[in-house]
Design a protein around this ligand. Structure first.
Ligand SMILES: NC(=O)c1ccc[n+]([C@@H]2O[C@H](COP(=O)([O-])OP(=O)(O)OC[C@H]3O[C@@H](n4cnc5c(N)ncnc54)[C@H](O)[C@@H]3O)[C@@H](O)[C@H]2O)c1
Length: 236
């Protein structure tokens, strides 16, 4: 399958690590020019503009810098995210915890779309990282679940509001990244009794949604969870 990203200009937030880094490298391997926005420094091979996705003036400047370096913009991928409290009961979850998670995972995606859309070429694409936590939950992660549900709703809202471009999101279950290892511990990932995706697998889902083969797909969440959410409670 020809993904047709040769000479396409791609901007990825959160591209210094994990899924964002895998996306940056996957687009580049398909011939795209890629610039990453991240608050952390990226690896030496990644062209990174440092910014905080929650800070609107910093984002506006960083997007302008990235677009100038690229010479245009065809694809935007929003991977920057944080998990916030994990395993924390709601009664111990502070408003500050909630605000911090919503700021990165929701406001960050909204600011990304706001500041990149004016530069995006006709036929372009925005792909956000949501999570299966938008649809299913484990106890102790209420802010994260709420934030990812909002990303799915934001995806639909922008798909109907923005012309010229498609807006979709990927909603994976657990992915082997620094975030998941920090949250769950190395042994939970290395000896997982549940299926775990690689960041490269998620990147391929992102590339599909961003590319011409997904032309009719707009406003959708691609739930990649090995079928876990499909299971009925019916005892058969
Ligand atoms: N790892 C998983 O199991 C999993 C599952 C489903 C969805 N996701 C989502 O995928 C996305 C990427 O997660 P990951 O697992 O690769 O995590 P990661 O921690 O490896 O990478 C996240 C990147 O986002 C950057 N970032 C965080 N806050 C930022 C901010 N305010 N401004 C700029 N950059 C910021 C970090 O510096 C980091 O480079 C996130 O949105 C996450 O919620 C992850």
């Amino acid at each position: 399958m020809q993904l047709a990203f040769t000479e396409r200009n791609v901007l990825v937030t959160g591209g210094a690590s994990g899924i964002g880094l895998a996306c940056a490298r996957a687009f580049r391997a398909e011939g795209a020019k890629v610039v990453v926005l991240d608050r952390a420094p990226g690896p030496d091979d990644i062209d990174t503009v440092r910014t905080d996705v929650t800070d609107e003036s910093s984002m506006a400047e960083a997007v302008a810098t990235a677009v100038a370096r690229l010479g245009g913009l065809d694809v935007v991928v929003g991977c920057a995210g944080i998990s916030g409290p994990v395993g924390t009961p709601l009664v111990d979850t502070s408003a500050a915890d909630l605000a911090a998670v919503l700021a990165v995972n929701v406001t960050g995606q909204l600011l990304l779309a706001k500041h990149t859309y004016p530069h995006l070429a006709t036929g372009g694409a925005i792909v956000f990282l949501a999570s299966d936590s938008a649809f299913v939950a484990t106890p102790g992660m209420a802010p994260y679940c709420a934030s990812k549900g909002a990303v799915v709703a934001l995806t639909r809202a922008l798909a109907v509001e923005l012309d010229r471009v498609r807006v979709n999101c990927v909603a994976p279950s657990v992915v082997d990244t620094p975030m998941a290892r920090a949250d769950l511990g190395d042994s939970a990932i290395d000896n997982a009794g549940f299926p775990v995706q690689t960041a490269d697998e998620v990147a391929r889902q992102v590339l599909f949604l961003a590319g011409p083969h997904a032309r009719p797909i707009n406003g959708q969440a691609l739930l990649s969870d090995f079928g876990y959410s499909a299971r009925s409670a019916f005892p058969a």
